[in-house]
Write a protein that binds this ligand. Sequence first.
Ligand code: SF4
Length: 480
Amino acid sequence: MIDKNFAEKFSRMRKSSGITQQRLGTMLGVSNRAVSKWETGLSLPSTENVYKLAKIFSVPVDHFFSKQDDILPSETKPTGMKSLAGIYRIGCGPSSSHTIGPERACGIFKEAHPEADSFRVILYGSLAKTGIGHGTDRVIKKTLAPKPCELIFNKGTMELEHPNTMDIYAFRSGRQVAHSRVLSVGGGKIVMDGTEYGEGDDVYPVSSFEKIAEYCKRENIRLWQYVERIEGEQIMEHLAEVWREMKRSINDGINDEGILPGGLEVKKRAKQLYNSEHIDESAETRENRMVCAFAFAVSEQNACAERIVTAPTCGASGVVPSVLYYQQKKRGYTDTEIVHALAAGGIVGNLIKTNASISGSECGCQAEVGSACAMAAAALGELFGLRLEKIEYAAEIAIEHHLGLTCDPICGLVQIPCIERNAVAAMRAINAVSLAGFLYDSRKISLDKVIEVMKETGHDISKQYKETAEGGLAKLKPSL
Ligand code: SF4
């Protein structure tokens, strides 16, 4: 063994990052056998590659050779939450398991097989049954383009490891050169040939708002500074990219027209809302119309399988950007200030994801749009420079008044009620911040408590109201 310490640390980091040996080899210009040897301690990478690895994993070079178990001081040893990057993911809508997961898998596969001149993808289970409605076919072809891709919907195979399974094949001159089995296990997470491409290890030391607030007060820092202190500068770079994508989605959406795909004949209405200024429109009506137009814009882009940012999911992706974009337009906040707001909103989304759920199929729409509303309220509170108690109260109000909200989209398409619901939640977030500003010192329920209640409520909601398209609005005939 040359350096067991290096081998163990490097192996742990590679596995938790979800990057395969083959992909890492491609990134560094070495073979996957070389990467494997570094992991087993049979050889060491060159100095140049150690520097590259430090950059890829965002750690100091010394970290690989340090005898310490962790680069964080013991009081901040991570045991709580993962990176905010898992809350804000950039990808194609309308569903994280049906579009973002397959898109991610195809992207990795394409990068690993530049020699391929065509692809074949076989979809099984739920991906085969609802893939067309959710745009899985479009996102796969788009990701693998410009090379041709044959798509097969295999609805007959019942024995599957997971309901969302797919096979990807690469061909060169008609001969198969590679194959991967992919499971899209939810939230954009995938398992590819047995390797989980998740969200890495926990990076936050705690997982309650109470503890985070305690730390921020002791250190006299704001929520976004806490995020930066724990995650490092790269998270701010990610959030800056997230904000650029959010703005692009809004602009694309308010300039778009036509009918949404899927057969419900739902008209895109963001542009109409945006341009419907009345001659004697009040400031309040204008604010309502603008915020809603921006929320419609992103949600409609999501429904069209265009690129959006999960916040915290695809279905709820319109709430956070609409509220922040309106404020930037109205009051001229800088992009950096918005990034700080996104960090504060991300902390709330992460707490909900960690301690309850952000999945409609697990806890109903309270977990998706309710969480997005809480994130938007916290983000807005940060943007306005509110004290921590007010931010917490705003997020708490936002969740409390979504408790019990069901997930029952018509025909399983993320359109009715999802698009309007994003707009209503955006307005509710603004209202929650306003209430919290006046009443924060008389509140009775903490954010942590209401998150617990949301989880319990979600588990009590009957199954047909949790993304099965079997109950509630989902039973209505599309023509109604
Ligand atoms: S109703 Fe269901 S699909 Fe629609 S936004 Fe809510 S959780 Fe997502």
